[in-house]
Write a protein that binds this ligand. Structure first.
Ligand SMILES: *Cc1c(COP(=O)(O)O)cnc(C)c1O
Length: 422
């Protein structure tokens, strides 16, 4: 959709014609002191709570109260199999086959577990390539893996930097790095959607490039899952991880998803850490057997999982299923395109959107650089009832979420920004 128009009437009309508009009422929208809905633009940081989440969590609390340990098999949703209830919908959302996906642990934990299997440095090929402005935690994780294997973290970490005076990473530069150092790089690990710029990388292109140079390839899709069509299977990546509390609305600190490509599903000799939850389900509780590796992504599980958190994930996935992820992505493009249109119409030379303008190279987030701004801008927006995310030195990140944000939200956000900047 490109025929955007100015004015509140246009926004209201878009909302009236929006088949997904009803989903907003399925979420708890934070309110100001007067009880008015806040303009919530930080679903990329913590997604809002679906109203059904409480019932899903309460179901498990009630069964725990009623049944105690018997709930593992006798609960309405027997806990023993709980993670399996999430797999299919999650696989759909990230574009993977069910055997490639599991929900377990937290994101950074999964990143390390994946690296146990997919970062196998040798004295010649030991480096890890990441994007230069990767999420700091991911960088810390990579550095600690290098140290863990006895390598120098400065020498071992190769940064895919943007060019001088540019913000976005350029694929030609990635090719150059790989041509020059590819035979020393063991692993490429990129944030599928960069948390800062909102740039959605071409996962397939990066994977193919990496594989041409003999590198394994993984993605941190914390900002991609539930936001864009990742098509992980198609990408050919060796692994991916993501959290469920951002775009997947599953509650603070909730569990992570992990993807391991099907070609690794039956490799029993792949190095990995194991626990009873990576053991054959049929014989798990005999507790005497020799270890028998579960195939697929499930085989990377260690522990019996936290059911209460998984219940919240299940609630959220049911909302996604009802809305249809394709529909959501379509609305997302329209909503973010509208957002971009309104920002551009401000015609303010101090404002620069650093997120790619091509709809296929971004998700819903726009990162807006405001010249000479400081954190007081974020506070002023807050005082005006708009929750955005501030990143030093001068960027506000705003993510209109197709499940619960409206065109009117976007209109009001930009109108209030305009007032504040004048
Ligand atoms: C949100 C986010 C994390 C957070 O990791 P946790 O282990 O869930 O705390 C890590 N990496 C990226 C890229 C993120 O966006």
């Amino acid at each position: 959709m490109t025929n955007y128009q100015l004015g509140l009437d246009f926004a209201k009309k878009q909302d009236q014609n929006d088949q997904l508009a009803g989903f907003r009422s399925q979420f708890h929208i934070p309110k100001d002191h007067q009880g008015n809905d806040l303009i919530y633009m930080t679903g990329n940081s913590l997604g809002l709570q679906p109203k059904i989440s409480k019932a899903y969590v309460n179901q498990e609390l009630d069964d725990w109260a009623k049944l105690g340990v018997e709930g593992h098999t006798e609960a309405k949703n027997p806990w023993l199999h709980y993670h399996e209830y999430l797999t299919e919908t999650m696989a759909n959302i990230v574009g993977a086959k069910p055997i490639e996906v599991v929900v377990m642990n937290s994101l950074t934990v999964n990143l390390h577990l994946m690296m146990v299997s997919f970062y196998k440095p040798t004295s010649k090929r030991y480096k890890i390539l990441i994007e230069a402005d990767a999420f700091p935690s991911d960088k810390y994780a990579m550095e600690s893996q290098l140290r863990h294997h006895g390598f120098d973290q400065k020498d071992g970490l190769v940064l895919w930097k943007s060019r001088a005076h540019e913000v976005l990473a350029n694929y030609d530069d990635l090719e150059t790095i790989l041509k020059e150092q590819g035979d020393t790089i063991a692993l490429i690990m990129i944030g599928g959607v960069n948390y800062y710029t909102g740039q959605f990388f071409d996962l397939k292109r990066i994977t193919e490039l990496g594989r041409q140079h003999g590198c394994l390839v993984g993605f941190d899709c914390a900002h991609g899952a539930g936001n864009v069509q990742l098509n992980l299977h198609e990408s050919g990546a060796d692994f991916a991880v993501w959290c469920t509390y951002k775009y997947l609305n599953s509650g603070p600190g909730s569990l992570s998803g992990a993807f391991v490509h099907e070609r690794h599903a039956h490799k029993k000799d792949l190095n990995r850490f194991t626990g009873w939850w990576s053991h054959n389900k049929e014989t798990r509780f005999r507790m005497r057997d020799e270890f028998d590796q579960l195939p697929g992504a499930e085989g990377w599980q260690l522990s019996n999982p936290p059911i209460l958190s998984m219940a919240a994930i299940r609630a959220s996935l049911d909302v996604f299923e009802e809305a249809g992820f394709d529909n959501l992505c379509k609305k997302s493009k329209a909503l973010t395109g509208y957002f971009e249109f309104l920002i551009q119409d401000l015609n303010n030379p101090d404002i620069n959107i650093i997120t790619p303008s091509h709809p296929d190279e971004r998700g819903c987030q726009l990162s807006i650089q405001v010249k000479n701004a400081d954190k007081s801008l974020h506070q002023k927006l807050m005082d005006a009832g708009v929750i955005t995310d501030w990143r030093e030195p001068d960027v506000i990140r705003c993510a209109p979420i197709p499940l619960y944000n409206s065109f009117e939200d976007v209109y009001k956000l930009v109108a209030r920004l305009k007032t504040i900047l004048n």
